[in-house]
Design a protein around this ligand. Structure first.
Ligand SMILES: Cc1ncc(COP(=O)(O)O)c(C=O)c1O
Length: 432
């Protein structure tokens, strides 16, 4: 196969597919995995990755892929960026773990200080660091109940907030995420995403089901991720802010997928000029090491010692990776995300016309791009066809393929990705 010279020493073309997919070693490994690994993991396609560099992922058979999935929007600085690797190595050789719940780790406080500097909240903030997105969501649920003394929470249909009990309860994207797990956390109300949801809160929920003054928080993704990269109406987030202000409800901004510069701003909510009370981050913050954060206005962080904590949360190595990641994003990659996003959107939009039998919509901001198909079958087929052609993408929602590449994607890499994606769509369209 073709294409762009990769950044690696060997500078072999990318993508570069040398075996059938999955290859012989991949098939062998998948057989082992199927014997020993929980079958609950959804797995998008049969790739067995063993190495990554920039936007390149190499599988166990030596096939090299162009990665537009970035480990579900996690490898924000690409695979193994040298600055991040160096920060990790240095921190690992210095102090691997020391229980930030019990001791005052400088690197933990520095991450919190940096988060305060970039948070979409104008006053002072404080941060709680944890290991994942779901843990950040749980922390916000606990803080919201603690500080307001209210029990109930609002979340949106189509939302994805994670897999732990609280986060799973807030999730409203697929019924199978809730199946067989009842009872879920009580006091969670779901309404449609967008202005229809605000209407439903005002006209139905607050009037007929539960008074607004009984709600602690509204959890919202400013752009829905797992739900299908859905960009809301322009006035939705400002209206939501006003609704929260009116009733003393906290606005919790889940930026676990949309934040950390992915949309060309530190936080997607900044595109609407809205300030939340609490912002949640994870995924891209540490380029692949486990780290999550709940950042809240300082006056909300009124809970006392012992009210919340974590053994591993904010471990020094993840924190060091986060500091390096934030530096890279701020200095260069965030601006690049905006440019590459415009390039990809401009290249993808014509597909709606050219392949109008299968492509319904192209949307997104920055490097959070969704291509919606008329059916789940088409979306799945395009995802698989891209894989076979050396491009990694991931489906989202019912019938959307998402692109969420590293923020340092180059112009040439974007051109190659666009070409492969269009070829894949054309192939599926031709199958009829
Ligand atoms: C918006 C959002 N919130 C929360 C989560 C959960 O994060 P994690 O899988 O790290 O627990 C995700 C994961 O996809 C997400 O996209």
């Amino acid at each position: 196969m073709t294409e762009v010279a990769n950044r690696t020493a060997s500078a072999r073309p990318l993508p570069h597919i040398v075996t059938e997919l999955p290859g012989p070693k991949a098939r062998e490994h998948i057989a082992i995995d199927r014997e020993y690994v929980t079958p609950s993991l959804p797995r998008a396609y049969q790739i067995v990755p063993v190495r990554g560099d920039g936007v390149m992922v190499e599988d166990i058979d030596g096939n090299r892929f162009l990665d537009f999935a970035a480990g579900i929007a996690v490898n924000s600085t690409g695979h193994s960026h040298p600055d991040v690797v160096a920060a990790i190595a240095e921190q690992a050789a210095t102090l691997l773990h020391c229980a930030s719940s019990d001791y005052y780790l400088p690197v933990y406080a520095e991450v919190a200080r940096q988060l305060d500097r970039i948070a979409p909240i104008s006053g002072p903030t404080r941060a709680f660091l944890c290991n994942s997105g779901a843990e950040a969501v749980e922390a916000a649920m606990k803080l919201a109940r603690y500080v307001t003394g209210r029990q109930n929470l609002v979340a949106f249909l189509g939302a994805f907030h994670g897999r732990t009990y609280g986060a799973m309860t807030l999730t409203g994207s697929k019924a199978r995420y809730h199946a067989h797990y009842s009872p879920l956390v009580p006091g969670v109300y779901h309404v449609p995403y967008g202005n229809a949801g605000i209407d439903e809160l005002e006209q139905r929920v607050f009037r007929r089901l539960m008074p607004a003054e009984e709600f602690a928080a509204i959890f919202v993704e400013p752009i829905q991720g797992e739900g299908g990269y859905v960009v809301p109406e322009p006035d939705f987030l400002p209206r939501l802010r006003r609704l929260c202000d009116q009733h003393g409800i906290l606005l919790v901004d889940d930026e676990i997928q949309s934040g950390m510069g992915r949309t060309g701003q530190w936080w997607a909510i900044q595109h609407w000029g809205v300030e939340p009370d609490v912002v949640l981050t994870a995924k891209g913050i540490a380029s692949g090491l486990p780290l999550g954060a709940m950042v809240a206005r300082s006056e909300l962080m009124s809970w006392p010692a012992g009210a919340h904590g974590s053994t591993f949360g904010g471990n020094p190595v993840s924190c060091a990776a986060a500091l390096a990641t934030m530096r890279l994003i701020e200095n260069e990659f965030m601006a690049n995300a905006a440019e590459r996003g415009n390039q990809l959107l401009a290249g993808l939009r014509p597909l709606v016309r050219r392949h109008d039998r299968i492509v319904r919509d192209v949307r997104g901001i920055g490097l959070m791009i969704g291509i919606e198909f008329y059916s789940a079958a088409s979306a799945n087929a395009v995802q698989e066809e891209c894989f076979q052609r050396g491009l990694l993408v991931l489906t989202a929602g019912e019938d959307v393929v998402r692109m969420s590449p590293a923020l340092n994607l180059t112009e040439d890499e974007a051109v190659v990705g666009l070409r492969i994606f269009e070829q894949a769509v054309a192939a599926i369209d031709a199958r009829g």
